[in-house]
Design a binder for this molecule. Structure first.
Ligand SMILES: [Zn+2]
Ligand SMILES: [Zn+2]
Length: 117
């Protein structure tokens, strides 16, 4: 692999680089067990954060953090983060703070879901 040329077959396998680690990974070999509907890059990024405490390049996490209890999760997309926040809020009646990668955070409150059964 050379540093100054992009491979033509780049779409075959996504690559992730991490400036802090000074490394680059090709995900078809590094990540072998992807859950159904999961994305290799997301899986890798979460795993990388778990091991090193930081995310690879071009990965910006969404953070859902409960304001009342220690529950909290990080996600790599808005939809799962929002779903987690809404679910936690509905089940526990807790307000959950949803923090996007940049910009203002918002609070998902238990009462947001109008048709709660
Ligand atoms: Zn790293
Ligand atoms: Zn909570």
């Amino acid at each position: 692999m050379t540093d100054d040329a992009f491979p033509d077959d780049e779409r075959e396998a996504p690559t992730v680089s991490c400036e802090r680690c000074g490394r680059e990974w090709r995900l078809d070999r590094e990540v072998e067990e992807i859950p159904p509907g999961g994305h290799a890059v997301e899986q890798f990024a979460l795993d990388h954060e778990r091991h090193t405490g930081h995310y690879p390049d071009d990965v910006s996490p969404w953070t859902a953090r409960c304001e009342r209890c220690p529950a909290g999760e990080r996600f790599l997309a808005e939809r799962p983060a929002r779903r987690w926040a809404e679910t936690h809020a509905r089940h526990t009646r807790h307000a959950v703070r949803l923090e996007p990668p940049s910009g203002d955070s918002e609070v998902v409150s238990p009462g947001d879901d109008a048709d709660r059964s």
